[in-house]
Write a protein that binds this ligand. Structure first.
Ligand SMILES: Nc1ncnc2c1ncn2[C@@H]1O[C@H](COP(=O)(O)OP(=O)(O)O)[C@@H](O)[C@H]1O
Ligand SMILES: [Mg+2]
Length: 244
């Protein structure tokens, strides 16, 4: 769906004062973040900063306070399934594919709440991910790490989303495979899908992004264009300096 069909001035996704709490543990506090229609936005920060919790809470999979808006519409009270139907999906950290099911069955699960006909979407995705077509009937658990990550992304795309949250898609993959993953992320831009990306490989992530947010200790510490963040000395110190 193109943003022009919606309210062009509203961001695709907006978090307002989002707080994630697990009992007494406050994993994210007062997070304000926007992803413009068609933008790729990166959320970076050290381990335990609250990035995954923020993504999970956004789609209703972690206890959340504050507001979530899609194209200006307040969807704070929508269930995860309702959000998928509205076009918002998460590809979670650690892939979470079903190893004992085939590639085809995993894709079908992702398309269960598809907004368009799932078959059409699947064909488009198998064209984009020829490796998955070649492994279509194979047990997902027997795929390589890179292929499993491709499957996790393709499964999220099966619901034909307009906004995708990607949690550490390159984690644990060999450098050559990481290249492919980042090419895939750039392809999402050509499909007019808005992306909120969480990554450890911050340079690569910022290179494919328009803007970024830096999170630590559950709070957004810094935001800017990707170029601003790439050249920010404080950020370098935060990740690579003595306090990293
Ligand atoms: N299900 C959970 N229950 C309790 N605490 C959690 C849970 N998930 C994450 N946390 C805690 O919330 C904090 C942020 O974790 P997380 O969101 O996974 O950070 P990141 O993705 O940035 O590494 C950590 O202190 C973590 O231990
Ligand atoms: Mg995480």
């Amino acid at each position: 769906m193109s943003a022009s069909e919606k309210h062009t001035t509203d961001p695709a996704l907006e978090l307002r004062g989002v707080t994630i709490s697990y009992g007494a543990i406050r994993a994210a506090r007062s997070v304000d973040l926007t992803v413009g229609a068609g933008e790729i936005v990166t959320l970076i920060g050290p381990n335990g900063a609250g990035k995954s919790s923020t993504l999970m809470g956004t789609v209703g999979l972690a206890p959340r306070g504050g507001a979530v808006l899609m194209y200006g519409e307040d969807v704070s009270n929508a269930s995860t399934e309702q959000l998928v139907r509205k076009g918002l999906t998460l590809s979670p950290e650690g892939r979470r594919i079903f190893g004992n099911l085939s590639v085809a069955e995993n894709l079908r699960l992702g398309g269960a709440t598809a907004r368009k006909t799932a078959g059409e979407t699947e064909e488009r995705l198998l064209d984009a991910f020829p490796k998955l077509r070649a492994r279509y009937g194979q047990q997902a658990g027997t795929l390589s790490g890179g292929e499993q990550q491709m499957l996790a992304i393709a499964r999220a795309l099966m619901s034909n989303p307009s906004i995708v949250l990607l949690d550490e898609p390159s984690l644990g993959l060999a450098p050559k495979i990481v290249d492919t993953i980042f090419e895939t992320i750039e392809q999402l831009r050509t499909w007019k899908i808005s992306v909120l990306l969480v990554e450890q490989d911050i340079e690569r992530a910022l290179e494919v992004s328009d803007r970024g947010y830096v999170m630590s200790h559950g709070e957004i510490q810094m935001t800017g264009t990707s170029n601003e963040l790439l050249t920010n000395a404080n950020l370098k110190e935060m990740f690579f300096g003595e306090n990293a």
